[in-house]
Design a protein around this ligand. Sequence first.
Ligand code: NCD
Length: 312
Amino acid sequence: MQLPHLLGIEGLHRDQIRAVLDTAEHMAQVQTRELKKLPALRGRTIVGMFFEDSTRTKMSFDLAAKRLSADTMAFSGKGSSTSKGESLRDTVRTVAAMGVDGFVVRHWASGAPKLAMDWTGLPVVNAGDGMHEHPTQALLDAFAMRRALGDLAGKQVAIVGDLRHSRVLRSNLLCLRELGATVCLVAPPTLLPDAVGDWPQTQGVQIGSDLDEVLPHLDALMMLRVQRERMSGGFFPSEVEYTSGWGLTRERLGRLPGHAVICHPGPMNRGLEIAPEAADAARSLILDQVAAGVAVRMAVLFHIFSGEGSRA
Ligand code: NCD
């Protein structure tokens, strides 16, 4: 299966999602070998363009490309001519002129990866754009959950926390529903996206603010970070009140069904949305998610860049 690009989960069919996850299983298996590298993308140059901070996503994309034998270059907004006022259009066209094969783009503005693709004609992978989508995060979450729970069809997943500012929510909602999971959203009313109940992807999704009510019914609990950097005002009265209403505390951990797993995309605010006991619990998938990131990003890059189509 050839993918032309990956701008979002929106528009992906369940068969395409499953194909990426199945390729990622193969990539994960390769990662257990002594020699972790495949020659698939030898001779291709993939550029990571990060206009916003990142640890996991940036490093795992770079590692994924290297494990497929691609050449990689890293661009970061800080320390580049962006700080001299160069536009996104001029920046991506400048790098494209060096003869590279494609981009991995993270940007604070929703829609920037699509613009980079339109301006250069090169394949782009969205590594998180504003509050829009973060497709590889949703794919790696699905991969880690599928490994722990089996097929996600019919599984109950709650996505909890700062949903208003979260691209991870938007991509996960689309991905999990496409895979047949039952999703519910839990957040303080101020941290729900405006008109979230009117989104096509929330039709049939339970949306509420009572975490304790959903807790006993879950197969997976996905805690999202309180994104202070995207908040202009006060969205909740105090951290203590946030934790007591919506945090995965030690006490709530005890009320999760025994088989249920815990996810968090990172970076975590330990003690705010998630207690250390929950983050480090045996049923926490947080580091499995990180490991899945390498395998899933290898799979995505493989499906985009390995075919003859990507050379045209
Ligand atoms: C997420 C992001 O940047 O959208 N982090 C990540 O990529 N692992 C979530 C977050 O920042 O809270």
